[in-house]
Design a protein around this ligand. Structure first.
Ligand SMILES: *[C@@H]1O[C@H](CO)[C@@H](O)[C@H](O)[C@H]1NC(C)=O
Ligand SMILES: *[C@@H]1O[C@H](CO)[C@@H](O)[C@H](O)[C@H]1NC(C)=O
Length: 406
């Protein structure tokens, strides 16, 4: 693209002007060409650095790689309106810092100081910070608990080695009473009255906070773990590539779904048969791509997506289990149930009892009703959001016959 300019070739000032204009128009054309065909490498196009002094092309390329040319105009217009083309093409004045590739809002900081992720590692108040941690646990396990379930949680927590950070969400305000357990001093305690597991998860498990953990267990308090070994479980989900999983449930009368029942003859399973008419597609819930919300385990990447799908006001998480598959591709291969490490769902009434007695009904009845209502609301929101997206892309959503929008 560089145009050799030798003074001997230029006879009149007019020629000089024409040359500059031609070069400029050519470059701008080339730039749009690059944006129009994102598969072309912008960085390899070697734009003259004097024209676009401070645009970080690698950044633009990273941000928009993998986008089909179909979405081209959207990309360009959002690129202009979201961040402002003028800030994007700013010119370094030699004094002030402005780094467009920093996290949004932190552009004034030198990149070297930015810590955009955190963790739950406990540190000392003295000594060298670099020597605070003897171990950096790779896994996180959370239980949402009431003090009445302490003995069950005590047994469960003791199953998890030092490779796990333990985080308890207390819904009954009695967090200090757990001090009777030695392990409680190393655990993280978050206490907010009468809130649910998914309310806590949305507020305290932001993907940037739990980023150091390979896997995140978000478990209920009423699981029996006699036949469960966490390290072996992690080995198995790694071996079978499960991004979202749960331990099999010991079959008992309370079970609803075939998918989550433990099988005696396999390590894991990803697919199942259900009652006639329950599965329109063998690769869709409840026959595949499905785990329940009582004992899910997420990989870091899966959680980054699922966290965004959790609604702030739909605190019971009902319906989430049917939608988890939206976060994984192909879902029927990466969502599954581990059979050889299983748990017992004891179904003790817990948070349900923290409801409100109204109109002569028991507290749990109102909670139950809310759960069902939330399920419908969540499904509606998801369907509407998908429909809106496809319509905005000029695609008729009805052509999917419910296989995507459902
Ligand atoms: C903890 O993790 C390390 C490294 O993966 C492993 O060698 C060790 O066996 C684990 N601890 C337990 C108790 O399994
Ligand atoms: C959707 O359903 C209609 C009628 O049931 C059928 O003709 C059509 O082929 C289906 N489309 C797809 C994409 O499956």
């Amino acid at each position: 693209m560089r145009i050799p300019i030798r003074s001997g070739n230029i006879r009149k000032p007019n020629d000089m002007m024409r040359l500059i204009v031609t070069a400029f128009v050519g470059t701008v054309f080339g730039f749009f060409l690059g944006v129009s065909f994102p598969t072309l490498s912008l960085t390899k196009m070697n734009l003259p650095s004097t024209l676009f002094p401070s645009v970080d092309l690698t950044y633009i390329e990273d941000k928009y790689s993998g986008i089909s040319t179909k979405a081209l105009l959207d990309v360009w217009s959002s690129f202009k309106s979201n961040r402002g083309i003028s800030t994007r093409l700013y010119k370094f004045d030699g004094t002030k810092i402005w780094v467009p590739s920093n996290p949004q809002g932190a552009e004034r900081l030198p990149p070297g100081i930015i810590e955009s992720e955190s963790d739950f590692y406990l540190r000392r108040l003295w000594g060298q910070p670099s020597q605070d941690l003897t171990i950096k646990p790779k896994y996180l396990v959370t239980f949402t608990v009431g003090y009445d379930q302490r003995n069950n949680i005590d047994v469960a927590v003791k199953k998890f080695s030092e490779n796990f950070t333990v985080l308890l969400f207390h819904y009954d305000g009695r967090s200090s009473e757990w001090e009777e357990f030695e392990w409680s001093k190393r655990a993280i305690h978050v206490s907010v009255r009468k809130q649910t597991k998914w309310w806590f998860a949305k507020r305290f498990l932001h993907p940037d906070i739990v980023a150091p953990y390979d896997y995140i267990f978000i478990w209920d308090e009423d699981l029996g773990v006699e036949h469960f070994d966490p390290e072996e479980y992690i080995r198995l989900i790694g071996k079978h590539g499960l991004e979202i999983s749960q331990p099999g449930l010991e079959p008992n009368s309370r079970l609803t779904w075939e998918m989550t029942k433990r099988r005696g003859d396999s390590e894991i399973h990803k697919i199942t048969g259900e009652k006639p008419g329950w599965c329109s597609d063998p690769h869709l819930p409840p026959c595949a791509a499905f785990v329940e919300i009582m004992a899910p385990v997420f990989s870091r990447n899966a959680w980054r997506c699922v966290w965004h799908m959790i609604q702030n006001d739909l605190v019971h998480g009902w319906g989430l289990d049917f939608a988890l598959r939206k976060c994984i591709e192909p879902a029927h291969e990466k969502i599954g149930v581990v059979d050889s490490q299983w748990v017992v769902h004891q179904s003790v009434p817990s948070l349900g009892n923290q409801g409100q007695a109204e109109g002569g009904r028991a507290p749990w009845e109102g909670v139950r009703e809310r759960c069902k209502k939330e399920w419908t609301m969540f499904q509606d929101r998801m369907a509407n959001a998908e429909r809106a997206y496809f319509q905005s892309m000029g695609v008729d959503p009805s052509q999917f016959n419910g296989s995507i929008i459902k």
